[in-house]
Ligand binder design. Structure first.
Ligand SMILES: [Zn+2]
Length: 313
């Protein structure tokens, strides 16, 4: 089994972690001389495919120096423990608020089970292994990491999750943004460019913090954003404006349905209709029925996360 890969400039490869479907989630392999780092690593179920990519490219497992999940949601970090077991020299680089959940993933597992249900957990995420504490590097705000001559810079990046950082790659002038620059699936790309939507997954959506994070990302004048969902996008200023607008609209929709008797379903339907209108306005090649299918899980999670935010406010 060999996942889809795409080689960008500057020794960055996008690898599909094949969660749910092809094109939904990816990780990145970065090269610094004869050393490599993975940014994101998918779930435990993604790991064999990632190892196959290394083997196919003649990269020894010993050459992987770092595994760097942007935050500890399981589609980004669920495979960390298994990766560390397979990659003998790799250190885990993780946000200070995420480290203890990687060392003891029991709370993560319980949290995800609450969101997804027990039956889906095993099928979606496989077995979640702990990370050995001695191999954990905590990356505070403004942390710098030298990948064998390639400098990576980490900033605290709350908004989507409080255990989220973003990683700046000076060489390509790009940010690895996990979920804090929203979602943009390549299927929707059309003549008017990419379509991008917010990701307000439970349970730490924080719109004010998110705006501040976007300010910091844009201040670096990035040429590229490397999304986990999915791939590299340019035209950063325009898409950041789309995301800001989308986040504001989501908050208005959530407030509108705050006291609705059937709040979850009503809000999910409203978010879906809102996104379908945006997709139609972009002349995206994806029709409404296909779009509903592609966005089904995200709409459910976005509605859930907005409801948690409403209840906390
Ligand atoms: Zn994600």
């Amino acid at each position: 089994m060999l996942p889809n890969t795409l080689d960008y400039s500057d020794d960055i490869t996008c690898i599909d972690t094949e969660q749910q479907r092809a094109g939904m989630a990816c990780c990145y392999l970065l090269r610094g001389g004869d050393r490599y780092a993975f940014i994101e690593c998918g779930t435990s179920l993604s790991v064999p495919g990632l190892l196959n990519v290394l083997q196919q490219r003649g990269i020894a497992r010993e050459q992987i120096a770092y595994v760097i999940p942007t935050h500890v949601h399981l589609d980004h970090a669920g495979g960390v423990g298994r990766m560390l077991r397979e990659l003998p020299n790799a250190k885990l680089v993780v946000h200070p608020r995420g480290a203890r959940h990687m060392i003891d993933p029991s709370k993560l597992i319980a949290g995800a089970t609450a969101v997804y249900g027990a039956e889906h957990m095993a099928a979606m995420y496989g077995e979640i292994l702990p990370a050995p504490e001695a191999r954990v590097i905590v990356a505070e705000d403004d942390f710098k990491l030298d990948l064998n001559g390639r400098e990576l810079w980490f900033i605290d990046a709350p908004g989507h999750a409080s255990h989220h950082f973003a990683v700046w790659d000076a060489r390509s002038r790009g940010w690895f943004t996990g979920d804090v620059f929203g979602l943009s699936y390549r299927e929707f790309d059309g003549p008017n460019g990419p379509y991008l939507l917010p990701t307000t997954t439970p349970v730490q959506f924080d719109p004010a913090a998110w705006m501040h994070t976007l300010d910091r990302l844009l201040a670096a004048d990035p040429q590229w954003i490397y999304l986990t969902h999915y791939g590299r996008i340019g035209n950063v200023a325009k898409l950041a404006a789309d995301l800001r607008r989308g986040l504001a609209e989501y908050q208005q929709l959530a407030a509108h349905y705050r006291t609705d008797a059937n709040r979850h379903q009503s809000l999910k339907r409203a978010l879906t209709e809102h996104e379908l209108a945006k997709i139609a306005a972009l002349n995206s090649p994806v029709d409404a029925e296909e779009a509903r299918e592609l966005l089904e899980l995200d709409m459910d999670l976005n509605a859930q996360g907005l409801e948690v935010w409403l209840d906390r406010k």
